[in-house]
Design a protein around this ligand. Structure first.
Ligand code: ADP
Length: 187
């Protein structure tokens, strides 16, 4: 079976970590919008210049830019055997655009990583010390959580209505969580 998976979860839910592990398991690429934006910023591209202020403020980059960037990425040949989307879609409008796009066959599963709010703030502050990301300060983390909460319900409803949503607890050890996800996906 070809997996075209969306990984959803709050900032700090461990989405990026799990995306890499799933990609390895299935031998398919991970497409991380946060990572793509950070690469554009490092490479000083026009997209990087547009995205930077939004990211530093913990706001979403406008849908139009984000959707264009993902749609372009999905046309690369390495996505033919499936892919994992990490951090996209983040809004119902992005989900709608993805559904209508001729750039990909339909999504096969949406995994929603469920965590409690205190745990994620602690994880993010810990990561801030390790990775030094410019958007991992406490105020910006709080804003990213708020933005996530505003968008999560409509997005969950969108995929629940299509029978694609799989909720998985993301509390516990990294390997345990990977095992839970693989079980839900039928390995
Ligand atoms: P996290 O999920 O931990 O906040 P990401 O690396 O996924 O980290 O995202 C970092 C930032 O990149 C977001 O706060 C936002 O500014 C931007 N971003 C990532 N994905 C999207 C998206 N789908 N739509 C709009 N902005 C995005």
């Amino acid at each position: 079976m070809t997996h075209r998976i969306i990984l959803m979860g709050a900032p700090g839910s461990g989405k990026g970590t799990q995306a890499v592990r799933l990609a390895e398991h299935y031998g398919i690429p991970t497409i991380s919008t946060g990572k793509l934006f950070r690469e554009h910023i490092s490479a000083r591209t026009e997209m990087g210049r547009l995205a930077q202020q939004y990211i530093n403020d913990g706001e979403l980059v406008p849908d139009e830019f984000t959707v264009n960037m993902v749609e372009e990425r999905l046309t690369h040949p390495d996505t033919a055997g499936g892919y994992i989307l990490d951090g996209f879609p983040r809004t119902a409008a992005q989900a709608q655009a993805l559904e209508e796009c001729t750039c990909s066959a339909p999504i096969t599963e949406v995994v929603d990583l469920v965590v409690d709010a205190d745990a994620v703030v602690a994880r993010l502050l810990n990561r801030a010390q390790i990775e030094g990301r410019s958007d991992d300060t406490e105020d910006v983390i709080r804003r990213r959580m708020e933005v996530y909460r505003e968008n999560a319900l409509p997005l969950q409803d969108f995929y629940r209505a299509r029978g694609l949503l799989r909720e998985v607890s993301a509390m516990g050890a990294v390997q345990e969580i990977t095992d839970r996800i693989l079980t839900v996906l039928g390995q």
